[in-house]
Ligand binder design. Structure first.
Ligand SMILES: *Cc1c(COP(=O)(O)O)cnc(C)c1O
Ligand SMILES: [Zn+2]
Length: 417
């Protein structure tokens, strides 16, 4: 699979001929259609919906923006700066995120009956999860628009990522995290200097606590309450298309919590179609959740347009424990628009697949990533997936963040035995 060679970052004027550094145009509400100014800090639409970022894609086409524009750019997500919101290279806050490996999983694929099974391994990103993508773009844009302090609730990985990028931007950040979120993420948040509060409840309750304690002037960067995380996470789709030689896979299997990356990837494939960089059908999207917290699956199966909040969420796949995702309508739309589906898997199943992927392929996956393999097995068994479908699963984090998923049974011997 062609991965571009590493090069140093080229400065300002490396847009395509005549193309601006960023083709950012405005913010748009997918629910009520309202358009908002993208050049000031914005939260939710006044109607309560998350906002989507729009670009002048037609202008980029007129300016001959083509894949050749990427040649020689660094192998990080900023290589797609024309379709990212940050307005100048000087405003980019980076830890080198992006262009993660796209790997075939031939042995696991054989076990589950899918010949062309691919994984995008996001565990290699700074802070150990793909939350780095959303944080890189979200923090860069918040700082560029003049935010002076940030706060957010998190299930762990987002807090770790935003803390790292906030530190790099010199912005103070206050993170509220459930008490039972992966403990290493507390260490990550603390190591990078954010203020941490542990809340004895789930992520929704952590958000509620922060809302009551947030001082004036602190920008709320909760999931989907600012428009730019989606743009960071959409770069997974841009990279996959580039790594496949400007092609889209048939199916994308996504471990869904807030659904940010699913919304973003679906959006990015449509943007690539509009740019004319790919052709054909957008991949069928599969939202994978845990049976311990499956509001999107329940809503999808019921034909509903929004979720009912899940009572008592509980799963080892902490990153997908989101009882009431704010982007529910957008996620459900992406699933239906693409001819996709939604699947819940249980913890025993995903932990068994975590072991399988480790033993057969050498990849120590996160529980969320492992859940996508369990979903592929189920969908193949039911006939929803065909043997010849090209299926992309996302390993959204490193197994290293969850050291308790694999029990170790090693004998201890004395050195002289
Ligand atoms: C946050 C998270 C998810 C869910 O991501 P969304 O885009 O919010 O649905 C999945 N896996 C891991 C490891 C995460 O940290
Ligand atoms: Zn609206």
């Amino acid at each position: 699979m062609p991965t571009p060679p590493p090069t140093s970052r080229t400065p300002a004027a490396d847009g395509a001929d005549g193309a601006p550094y960023s083709a950012l145009s405005h913010l748009e509400c997918p629910r009520c259609g309202r358009q908002l100014d993208a050049h000031v800090l914005q939260g939710l639409c006044p109607c309560g919906s998350p906002l989507l970022v729009r670009y002048d894609l037609a202008g980029l086409v007129r300016a001959s923006y083509a894949p050749s524009a990427l040649a020689g750019r660094a192998p990080d997500l900023w290589r797609y700066h024309e379709v990212l919101p940050v307005q100048s290279p000087g405003a980019v806050v980076t830890l080198g995120e992006g262009m993660t490996p796209l790997l075939p999983l031939p042995r696991v694929g054989e076990r589950v009956g899918v010949r062309r099974l691919l994984v995008k391994d996001e565990g290699l990103l700074p802070t150990g999860s793909f939350k780095a993508r959303g944080a890189a773009v979200g923090v860069s844009r918040a700082a560029e628009l003049g935010a002076t302090a940030l706060s957010m609730p998190t299930n762990g990985n987002a807090g770790a990522a935003w803390a790292a990028y906030a530190a790099r931007a010199g912005l103070p950040l206050h993170v509220a995290m459930p008490l039972d979120a992966p403990s290493v993420t507390r260490v990550e948040v603390t190591a990078t200097g954010a203020r941490l509060t542990l809340v004895d409840g789930h992520i929704g309750e952590a958000g509620g606590w922060l809302a009551r304690h947030r001082p004036e002037g602190v920008t709320d960067v909760s999931t989907l309450k600012e428009p730019y995380r989606i743009e960071g996470k959409k770069t997974m789709a841009l990279e996959v298309a580039e790594q496949l030689g400007w092609r889209m896979p048939d199916v994308v299997v996504y471990p869904t919590g807030g659904g940010v990356g699913l919304i973003g990837m679906h959006k990015a494939f449509h943007e690539l179609l509009e740019l004319g960089w790919v052709t054909g059908d957008v991949p069928r999207f599969v939202a994978v959740q845990s049976t311990g917290c499956a509001p999107v699956v329940e809503a999808f199966d019921a034909g509903a347009e929004q979720v009912r909040p899940w009572a008592a969420p509980r799963t080892v796949a902490f990153g997908i424990t989101v009882p009431a995702p704010l982007g529910d309508r957008l996620v459900l739309h992406a699933l239906r628009d693409s001819g996709g589906t939604a699947v819940a898997v249980d913890d025993a199943e995903l932990l068994a697949d975590l072991r399988l992927v480790g033993e057969l392929e050498g990849l120590f996956a996160s529980p969320e990533g492992a859940a996508t393999v369990s979903a592929v097995r189920r969908l193949r068994a039911s006939g929803w997936l065909g043997e010849d479908d090209e299926v992309l699963v996302l390993n959204t984090g490193s197994g290293l963040v969850y050291p308790d998923t694999v029990p170790v049974a090693a004998p201890t011997v004395a050195p002289g035995d």
